[in-house]
Design a protein around this ligand. Structure first.
Ligand SMILES: [Zn+2]
Ligand SMILES: [Zn+2]
Ligand SMILES: [Zn+2]
Length: 141
């Protein structure tokens, strides 16, 4: 088990189950975002979809994961920084998708710019996805 799995579950007062430990372990072991199908593949179909879905929802609620919009239409999920919690989970940052390997990463330090809305429009959230090539794939495109 990844050493941080215990710590994250404990600090969010989440009971240990094998699915929770495995899902969290997958995210901790990777530095890119994963969709539910990616996760199902990584876990080797040992758990049913509903259980995985519920686990992802719980982690979203608790500020352990956040949603990442993907241009392919799938919703991906990525780990939140430790500063996120159930009640403080706002961090709009830029996401970067590599068009070669297809992996999406968080640019936590790059905030989504402030947009001035036209009169009558209120912004709730902004998602910004930059597409390009990552350092691993650089030059191969
Ligand atoms: Zn968060
Ligand atoms: Zn890449
Ligand atoms: Zn992110």
């Amino acid at each position: 088990m990844h050493p941080s799995v215990d710590k994250i579950l404990a600090s969010n007062k989440i009971r240990h189950t094998s699915i929770r430990e495995e899902v969290l372990g997958e995210f901790l072991g990777k530095d890119y975002a994963m969709s539910q199908p990616d996760l199902e593949k990584a876990l080797g179909n040992q758990h049913d979809r509903v259980t995985i879905y519920r686990t992802l929802s719980l982690f979203l609620d608790k500020g352990i994961l956040h949603k990442v919009l993907d241009d392919a239409g799938a919703m991906k999920f990525a780990l939140c920084p430790e500063t996120c919690s159930e009640h403080d989970h706002d961090h709009e940052h830029v996401h970067f998708k590599c068009t070669i390997c297809g992996q999406t990463e968080c640019f936590e330090r790059m905030e989504v710019p402030h947009f001035t809305m036209p009169p009558g429009y209120a912004m709730q959230e902004a998602n910004l996805l930059i597409r390009g090539t990552c350092p691993r794939c650089g030059g191969k495109g």
